[in-house]
Design a protein around this ligand. Structure first.
Ligand SMILES: Cc1ncc(COP(=O)(O)O)c(C=O)c1O
Length: 435
């Protein structure tokens, strides 16, 4: 079927009248006349309002771990919400869900639920501040921890704005972030052992928490260098800093126990959302009992929708399936085949490429031989990667329009989907020219 955009364009014009940029998240706007609008999704596929079908590698920015509209999850959600969608009262299912999270995640002894990744990181940061009696957070350039003002610094800015790596400048990612918060954030290049050591020597005793994504799920899936997460762990112990691992993208995706299991690292606290509920709104943050149990002891945390039945039931069903079947192993095998196939296509065409990330959420950077932090990644040929993505989308394969976003796989992506994807890339890598 020919690729058409007429209905998406018309809906965009209508949406412009009532929603800024015609969308409900800046990240969903790709540009005028090229932003797709969704009709439906099932399994590994998503259809736009024009009837174009895509093999979906965006998966709603990562949550869809089993597949879109996955029957076992949806059926449990429907059953639960028929018995009341929400109550200001704790249910047995909630307790059972949290028991399962504690059981699956090696460093997590106690949990509180929330509705989004942003809330999870915001709550975790407050608890860390309360626990240490300190106020400063340290984060790494290129990491994204949600839309809260405290950490929305040095996420997507051009590397030039970050200054010299010996003394990085925290750059707010939006107007409207209070400038006073600049005093409460330190930003450093990811994987820079020396910068971390030097910074902690000066400021270690003022820092409440080091928060990091285990691999940079919002910047080319850049992996931690050997020993980097362990170095953070060691330094946190040395200076009495809380180590928060933001597993909003990696949790229940790269291993049943998330990055803690995959990279064998024990943070003090961790945050979850996305794959936890296979697309339903649910999040969690947790960690050591000693830290988490200060909640309620002069430390505030709450939220009307934190125990919404749809999210809780979806998470219970999703985690149960992850435990019963080799789901993440299957995803990893298919992801590895996709990564390998794409790498071969680039190499056969003489294109330098660097692949990174676990197979369930991987990325590639063109025109560079190694990427260890956002400053390196910014040197890659993003314009070419974007034009490749646009050509793929017109042929029914949908990676994200933003090359910083990883390719996400679900349990519903079949070997045939991987083959189709590789065929499309084999074709377009020959057609799309690098400038
Ligand atoms: C690592 C990380 N933390 C936090 C968030 C924020 O999650 P949410 O969009 O659910 O608020 C995201 C979202 O992409 C994320 O990738």
């Amino acid at each position: 079927m020919a690729f058409i955009r007429a209905k998406s364009i018309a809906l965009q014009q209508r949406a412009y009248q009532v929603m800024p940029l015609g969308v409900n998240s800046n990240f969903r706007y790709w540009g005028d006349g090229i932003t797709p609008y969704m009709e439906s999704a099932k399994g590994a596929y998503l259809w736009d309002v024009d009837g174009n079908r895509y093999i979906d590698y965006r998966l709603a920015f990562g949550p869809i771990i089993l597949g879109h509209a996955f029957d076992e999850v949806d059926n449990m959600v429907i059953e639960e919400i028929k018995r009341g969608a929400l109550g200001a009262m704790t249910s047995e299912l909630e307790v059972a869900l949290v028991e399962m999270i504690v059981d699956m995640c090696p460093a997590v002894e106690m949990v509180r639920l929330a509705c989004s990744g942003t809330e999870a990181t915001m709550h975790a940061a407050r608890v860390a501040r309360a626990y240490t009696g300190r106020e400063v957070l340290l984060k790494f350039e290129g990491n994204y921890h949600g839309f809260q003002d405290y950490t929305l610094w040095s996420t997507y800015a051009p590397a030039e704005a970050y200054g010299n790596r010996l003394s990085p400048i925290p750059v707010p990612a939006s107007s409207g972030i209070p400038r006073h918060l600049r005093d409460l954030i330190i930003t450093l290049p990811f994987n820079d052992f020396e910068a971390l050591e030097r910074t902690l020597r000066s400021y270690g005793e003022q820092i409440a928490a080091i928060i990091t994504e285990p691999c940079q799920g919002n910047c080319g899936a850049i992996e931690p260098q050997a020993g980097f997460l362990e170095y953070i762990r060691e330094q946190c112990d040395r200076y009495g800093i809380v180590f928060i691992l933001d597993e909003v993208k990696t949790g229940f995706r790269i291993a049943n126990g998330g990055a803690q299991e995959y990279y064998k690292i024990k943070p003090d606290m961790a945050t979850y959302a996305k794959a936890l509920g296979n697309g339903y709104p649910i999040a969690a943050f947790g960690g050591k009992k000693e830290i988490m149990s200060i909640i309620g002891q002069g430390v505030a945390q709450g939220g009307t929708f934190n125990n919404n039945k749809a999210g809780v039931a979806a998470a219970f069903a999703t985690l149960s399936l992850l435990r019963e079947k080799p789901i993440l192993k299957t995803i990893a095998e298919r992801g590895l085949r996709l990564m390998g196939g794409l790498k071969e296509i680039f190499e056969e065409n003489g294109i330098q490429v660097f692949f990174s990330g676990p197979p369930a959420m991987f990325s590639f950077a063109v025109g560079v031989d190694k990427v260890t932090c956002q400053r390196d990644w910014n040197l890659s040929d993003q314009e070419y990667t974007l034009r490749l993505a646009e050509a793929a989308i017109e042929r029914g394969v949908m990676p994200d329009h933003d090359p910083r976003e990883p390719w996400f796989l679900s349990y519903s992506h079949s070997d045939a989907d991987i083959d189709e994807t590789l065929n499309v890339y084999a074709e377009i890598v020959k057609i799309v020219e690098r400038h």
